[in-house]
Design a protein around this ligand. Sequence first.
Ligand code: ADP
Length: 271
Amino acid sequence: VELVAAQVSHESRIVLEAATERRRREALEELDKAKTIFFSNISHEFRTPLTLILSPLEALLRDTKPLPPEISHQIATTHRNALRLLRLVNNLLDFSQIESGKQKANVEPTDLVTFTRNLAGNFQSLFEKADVKLLVELDQLLPEVMVDRQMWERIVFNLISNAYKYTLQGNVRVCLNRSGDNLVFTVADSGVGIPASEIPKLFDRFYRVQQSDGRSFEGTGIGLSMVKELVALHHGEVAVESEVGKGSSFRVTIPLRKAHSSTLPVELSDI
Ligand code: ADP
């Protein structure tokens, strides 16, 4: 009898432990869901006022009337920092959506040449102020392609802002063209470069390179991991070639899914 009682108590303890473990796991999952929703909501809330700050600043920067140098300098600094904040907020937003596993590429036929030219154009005045040449070379003959525009914006934005940040002189070249059945987007800079030993870890979340000369650049280490995830959601890849002191070239390759003309009337009648 004692043996049976011991056996029963042992089994009921196992059942109890399993139930506790299950409850603990459920509580953690709930907490994780709440965290994701919180991040997502707060990032959305930040984005709207930030966009409203950026638009008038961009209008001021585009204004052809000359402003006193001190004011123009302050506007450029405010613009630069607002862009930084927008990048951070966008990355947090993507981060929480990817974490939740819900992120899917919502692709639509896009004139990527015009879209990319406009995105790169947002950086023109920043580059001019920093005395770095921004060269934009886009293949005009590229057909409309299927991309998630919001994601494409993040990819372009992250790569160009990195090139801007890590290039103290020279130029940044942004290219978009077609190679066989692939779309190829390259951002190449003449900046600080990256040691070969760092390249395998570069796209890891939160990974940042320690500059050998002790120089420090602000950042979070989220940007490139986001680029990698967003490109992967388009079934593509991102690669980098770099040489310390010479510069880096980030190359995004995405299989080209043309916007078939048969889908166009459907898309257009939606408008
Ligand atoms: P962050 O720039 O916020 O640190 P990223 O994920 O965008 O984060 O980049 C990760 C690291 O890769 C950076 O810390 C930097 O060391 C390196 N890196 C990214 N882009 C460049 C570039 N264009 N030139 C040199 N280093 C770069």
